[in-house]
Design a protein around this ligand. Structure first.
Ligand code: 4AD
Ligand code: MG
Length: 477
């Protein structure tokens, strides 16, 4: 063993090539030598033989390692292995007689790399998702969370692939910002002012002119305003980054930190935007179904029996388009006993969204042309003066998955709305400038990344589709 490669205390080489379990299982045929490195899921000791289920996270399946007294390290290593330890096994890959596994590894040697001490919390039994959230540092080793994280990865790549194919440029918008993109006042403050005795202005208020950026700054709630800058120069851009909302909603669909994908395109109207959203979702679902066959089959079997059917429906069937006004009329006529009121001028609640898409239409629904009074300042004012060219895309199980709009590109109307919503046009001077210099109709939407992962996997709680959830009172890991 050469020194330059470095060795662990256990005497294994780091950095040397070895195949993931996913690659091993995809080999053309059995017979070759193989090395597996991973974590022990379970171990079964028989007379003169031990079966180790080893996982490395590359795929849902683990690899069964079979060890016997001929295996180097059988006594005492293999016989003393504990669930959760890290190990390396070498041997030959042979066809497995067992059900549901293609190959197994007949080990010539097993090396313990990292022992699992007393009290490893992940045992063979099923743990509740609530419990797993309390051990977010270990839960990626479970089947379900591992599968979620692989689907998440595949979805992220599918999203990039779609936009790259459609000639959208990936634009990196800032995380620290001085402007409230949604105008909803749900921002986390970013400051380096001292907690005790911060500087005060003449009126006694905290003086943010003394703060790091010389003004009040926050974590962004959306990259949209900067994406619009991009679209009005590069024609088509998209962002894909973390966004933060200090809304105190403890629901299964809200996070205080979530990832959002925000395409923005010049020379695009609401109808074009809805078509883009439909092409986009279909493309992402198609890719994920293809790339995550095994994980998706797992979700269908163990988490949500409709997971794959739902995705196929989105892929195969056209989205319905319903103006908000009509959606309200449909809901009023439905005879359903909703918990929340339904009236023109009120936002749709999750129960309304789900009824519309699941019960009434049975397909994804794009609700368009919302009352201006409940929407953000930047949306294009329709001729009726009452509604804006906004859309929400609703899907079964989740409800709103996408929110977007055509943007107000007319300077006077935008200025008027900003004032009417109690915001200060001065703060939005550069945003208004875009309407002064070469303004064009443009549109964009935001997709909540965790909402789409929830939809695909059927996971009931959004906290279980992000590695490290941030919710009110929770920021442990
Ligand atoms: O509808 P929203 O608030 O729209 C915007 O932020 C626009 N600036 C987007 C744009 O037009 N560029 O948020 C967009 C999506 C929602 O449809 C939802 O999927 C998700 O982001 N979302 C959340 N996901 C998890 N936790 C939260 N607290 C979320 N708030 C919104
Ligand atoms: Mg919305």
């Amino acid at each position: 063993m050469s020194e330059s490669k470095g060795t662990s205390g256990a005497g294994i080489e780091h950095g040397s090539e070895h195949e993931s379990i996913k690659r091993l299982l995809a080999r053309e045929g059995a017979g070759g030598e193989a090395v597996v490195r991973g974590w022990l899921r379970t171990v079964r000791h028989g007379k003169g033989v031990s079966f180790l289920d080893v996982s490395d996270g590359s795929c849902l399946a683990g690899l069964q390692v079979v060890a016997n007294p001929e295996t180097e390290g059988f006594e005492p290593v293999v016989r003393g292995l504990a669930t959760g330890c890290a190990l390396e096994a070498r041997g030959s890959l042979v066809d497995s007689p067992g059900q549901g596994q293609r190959y197994e590894l007949h080990a010539t040697s097993v090396v313990l790399v990292g022992d699992a001490g007393e009290g490893y919390p992940l045992q063979k039994k099923r743990h509740s998702f609530e419990f797993l959230r309390t051990i977010a540092h270990l839960r990626p080793r479970t089947n379900t969370i591992g599968a979620v994280l692989r689907v998440r990865n595949a979805a992220a790549m599918a999203i990039h692939d779609f936009f790259q194919r459609e000639e959208f440029l990936y634009l990196h918008t800032p995380i620290v910002t001085a402007s409230d993109a949604e105008g909803a006042g749900e921002m986390f403050r970013v400051t380096t002012l001292p907690e005790l005795d911060p500087p005060r202005d003449e009126s006694g208020a905290v003086d943010y002119r003394e703060d790091f950026f010389g003004r009040p700054t926050f974590l962004t709630v959306s990259g949209q305003l900067e994406a619009e800058i991009g679209a009005l120069a590069l024609s088509r851009v998209y962002t894909f980054g973390p966004t933060f909302r200090a809304e105190n909603s403890n629901t299964a669909r809200h996070l205080a930190e979530f990832w959002m994908i925000e395409p923005e395109a010049a020379f695009l109207d609401l109808a074009g935007l809805a078509a883009l959203a439909e092409r986009f979702l279909k493309s992402v679902f198609r890719d994920v179904l293809e790339r995550c066959e095994e994980d998706m089959a797992f979700f269908e079997k163990r988490v949500e029996s409709q997971a794959i059917v739902r995705m196929r429906k989105v892929i195969d069937e056209p989205f319905e388009r319903i103006p908000y006004r009509e959606a309200i009329a449909i809901l009023e006529r439905s005879g359903e006993a909703f918990e929340f009121p339904v009236r023109f001028g009120l936002d749709l609640q999750s129960e309304h969204e789900r009824w519309l898409t699941e019960q009434h239409v049975g397909r994804p629904v794009v609700v368009t042309d919302w009352p201006a009074s409940i929407k953000a300042f930047y949306m294009y004012r329709n001729d009726d003066e009452e509604t804006v060219a906004a859309m929400d895309v609703l899907v079964g199980g989740v409800g709103e998955i996408i929110g977007g709009s055509q943007r107000e590109h007319r300077l006077e109307i935008l200025e008027r709305t900003i004032r009417a919503q109690g915001l200060d046009p001065e703060h939005y001077w550069w945003y208004l400038d875009l309407r002064r210099y070469g303004s064009v109709p443009h549109a964009g939407f935001g997709l909540g990344f965790e909402r789409i992962v929830q939809f695909m996997t059927g996971m009931a709680n959004i906290r279980d589709v992000i590695p490290f959830p941030r919710t009110p009172g929770q920021a442990e890991f």
